[in-house]
Design a protein around this ligand. Structure first.
Ligand code: MTE
Ligand code: MO
Length: 425
């Protein structure tokens, strides 16, 4: 299936290239295209999703899973669509691959798009995207991050399900749209008194009839939900189709899987949705678990909690692993982020393997749901060095010194202290 899809896409690109080459005669195919055509090569990102940079690391072509290398991610305060990580649950070529592009949805698609608001209510309603566009818009700056970001680091302890993300399964973005909670209220749905959860679903469907759909549920009292929007724009433009355009539920501070793309349904419920992608995966055990001793099938509502808010985390953007910097005063930089509610109050850096820690400066000017840019400067002599970084929030929550302590079968929630080895010359 993967092979089949990859070939089809490559063939289309091949024909386009062949056409271009044909006009001028004998132009050879660029090396990148030749590599994509080689049977065993990982496909280029742009062949999987039109408009993506070929510097992206493709983890799974069939599901459009791709990660941003850190040297690209650090260059932009707001992650451009060309390099934003991507993740889909169902094969990208369903429905003729309509999502496989960073271009916005067509005018017709946007005009005809409706969201059904239903569930335990007296008066179900529909909302048109064209009506949303006429309402007052608000802006949110927030981190989008897969709950599996950093998963590959868990593999030192034991294999998990899912793609091998390093730290590039995230981005920092601006979103514009209509605030969710006031909108729900204005619809005068007449909710049943038992209503406590909101569920959201998107247009994408599982490839097999009866397969688990991606439906996510949120407690209506969750603080992050009060900040949620039905977003129509990302980074100032209509949301790229592959990232959920024309309309996406954005809940600042909640992991990626909770931010439903191509939103079609909002349901007011008295419980979490029973779907497998809500109940059997995307959940974290309350107690530490060991590889082989606890599996996804052991998960219940009692022993696990859904991957809602981000665990507090920080990474180093400079220097990056393997880089060489000049001896003397060395600038150390990076970003931290948290659950979208509790501010990051401290970022500490160590260049002596955790014996002593230096407080870095934190720039929080984009608000608590955005990347918090940290930096500090240390004098370093020539040789091999390591920088470690650890963030703490106003509630005193911090990152485990040993990230492996939160190992879990889904590989979620990696937020161990980042340790980066580099050279000073
Ligand atoms: N409808 C829908 N929404 C979805 C998904 C999906 O497969 N379908 N994947 C989720 C997951 S797991 C993540 S990490 C984010 C990825 O967002 P991005 O691809 O725009 O970066 O989208 C989320 N929203
Ligand atoms: Mo994800």
């Amino acid at each position: 299936m993967t092979v089949q899809f990859t070939r089809n896409v490559d063939r289309r690109r091949f024909l386009q290239m062949a056409g271009a080459a044909g006009a001028s005669g004998l132009l050879p195919l660029p090396g990148s295209i030749r590599r994509a055509l080689a049977a065993d090569a990982a496909p280029l990102a742009s062949a999987v999703i039109a408009g993506k940079s070929d510097k992206m690391i493709v983890h799974n072509a069939k599901l459009g899973v791709m990660e941003t290398p850190l040297d690209l991610l650090r260059d932009h305060p707001f992650t451009p669509k060309e390099i934003l990580y991507n993740r889909l649950h169902f094969p990208i070529d369903l429905n003729g691959g309509w999502v496989a592009t960073t271009a916005p949805a067509s005018t017709e698609t946007t005009r005809d798009w409706t969201i059904l608001v239903s569930g335990l209510v007296q008066r179900p309603k529909t909302i048109k995207v064209s009506d949303l566009a006429k309402m007052d818009q608000v802006k949110r700056i927030s981190v989008m991050q897969c709950a599996g970001n950093g998963r590959s680091y868990y593999w030192a302890k034991g294999k998990t399900a899912g793609s091998g993300w390093k730290h590039g399964g995230m981005g920092n973005l601006t979103w514009e749209g209509v605030p969710l909670m006031p909108l729900l209220k204005s619809l005068e749905l007449g909710p049943d008194p038992s209503v406590t959860f909101l569920s959201a679903n998107g247009k994408d469907v599982p490839p097999v009839v009866g397969g688990a759909d991606l439906i996510k549920s949120y407690h209506l009292a969750a603080p992050q939900l009060q900040n949620a929007i039905l977003a129509l724009k990302m980074n100032g433009e209509p949301i790229p189709t592959v990232h959920g355009g024309p309309v996406r539920l954005i809940i600042p501070g909640f992991y990626g899987n909770m931010n439903i793309k191509w939103l079609t349904d909002l349901m007011l419920m008295d419980r979490e949705n029973p779907s497998a992608l809500m109940q059997k995966t995307y959940r974290m055990p309350f107690e530490p678990v060991e590889p082989g001793k606890f599996t996804t099938q052991d998960m219940t509502q009692q022993n696990t909690v859904p991957t809602y808010g981000f665990a507090i985390m920080s990474v180093v953007f400079a220097p990056l692993a393997g880089e060489t910097v000049k001896a003397g005063n060395v600038d150390l930089k990076g970003v931290a982020w948290n659950d979208g509610v509790v501010p990051v109050t401290e970022v500490r850096v160590s260049v002596d393997q955790g014996r002593s820690w230096i407080a870095a400066e934190i720039d929080s000017s984009d608000g608590p749901t955005a990347w918090q840019h940290w930096q500090t400067r240390v004098a370093l002599s020539a040789g091999a060095h390591e920088v470690w970084v650890r963030a703490t929030d106003a509630w005193g929550r911090s990152q485990p010194m040993d990230g492996l302590t939160t190992w879990n079968p889904g590989g979620w929630d990696w937020h161990g202290v980042d340790r980066v080895a580099f050279q000073v010359a």
